[in-house]
Ligand binder design. Structure first.
Ligand SMILES: Cc1cc2nc3c(=O)[nH]c(=O)nc-3n(C[C@H](O)[C@H](O)[C@H](O)COP(=O)(O)OP(=O)(O)OC[C@H]3O[C@@H](n4cnc5c(N)ncnc54)[C@H](O)[C@@H]3O)c2cc1C
Ligand code: FES
Length: 254
């Protein structure tokens, strides 16, 4: 657990997403892409911490980035935190992507909506290994696709929007890059239907695929069992055994 200091809060153009940059007063703990933090919301009617993916870690500046969507009480309350305030986090939690343990040469990182959050750090990890990742990011409209310059620092970026306002029109699973290139690993985070469709694509092309689940959580540390997913290995706690799972371990119809 640590108190981090709010360095900046940037509201994204759609007014619904914001990026928090937090600075550690002592060195940040080591985090893997795909791990998350349980964030304490200092508001009396928000009792439980909220799980938020670690978006990026800037080791040189000792900063952690979070990308958050105003979904309800907690995330809306947090959006009014001020620069210099302290935010209490339990981190790093869960198991991240196993991406960097394998010898992927042409990985595809697919994100939908605010589910893009853990992919920036994952892309940076690939880049550090000398591998150029391909990001495929999708959203409803152009305004929901943010920080594209940050992703471009680490890899190639392909986009889809449902209304066609940026990138190819449609869903990420319809993007032409999926048929024009052969990837050797797929890593996805976003709405469940999107992840299931990407899992289907990966399975049909025989490509290893990991997805990050966002089941509702309470304790975040494996004690309450409220986040369990029925998998081929029995009931797994998404907070402690995941949130990242290989699609072969899930009971998805793919
Ligand atoms: C491992 C993990 C990583 C996550 N990473 C991020 C992230 O990087 N950025 C981000 O914005 N959100 C992330 N989420 C989702 C985030 O935790 C929820 O949006 C947040 O808890 C909602 O809290 P609230 O108090 O604002 O909303 P509440 O008032 O509690 O609920 C408002 C709405 O949000 C929905 N909601 C609550 N919990 C979840 C959940 N776990 N997943 C999806 N919808 C939920 C509720 O069904 C309800 O419709 C993550 C969730 C998990 C489990
Ligand atoms: S949230 Fe309590 S066990 Fe996962």
């Amino acid at each position: 657990m640590a108190d981090l200091v709010v360095e900046s809060l940037t509201t994204m153009p759609n007014g619904q997403y914001y990026r928090l940059i937090l600075r550690g007063e002592s060195p940040l703990l080591d985090c893997r892409p795909g791990q998350f933090a349980e964030v304490r919301i200092d508001q009396t009617d928000v009792l439980l911490r909220r799980p938020i993916s670690i978006h990026f870690v800037d080791k040189e500046r000792n900063e952690m980035w979070l990308l958050i969507q105003k979904a309800g009480k907690g995330t809306t309350a947090l959006s009014s935190i001020q620069r210099g305030n302290r935010l209490n986090l339990v981190y790093p939690l869960g198991n991240g992507f196993n991406a960097t343990d394998n010898d992927y040469r042409h990985p595809l990182l697919v994100g939908g909506g605010v589910g893009v959050a853990p992919l920036l750090m994952l892309g940076a990890a690939f880049r550090n290994l000398g591998v150029e990742p391909t990001f495929l990011l999708g959203a409803r409209k152009a305004l929901d696709l943010n920080e594209l310059d940050e992703y471009e620092k680490f890899g190639r970026v392909f986009l889809t929007t449902e209304d066609g306002s940026l990138g190819e029109k449609g869903f990420v699973t319809q993007h032409s890059v999926l048929s024009s290139e052969k990837f050797d690993g797929v890593f996805a985070c976003g709405p469940t239907p999107m992840m299931k469709a990407i899992a289907q694509y990966a399975a049909s092309h025989d490509i290893p695929c990991e997805v990050s689940l966002e089941n509702r959580m309470a304790c975040g540390i494996g004690a309450c069992l409220c986040c369990v997913e029925d998998t081929r290995n029995g009931h797994q706690r998404v907070c402690a055994d995941g949130p990242v799972f290989n699609i072969n371990d899930l009971k998805w119809q793919i």
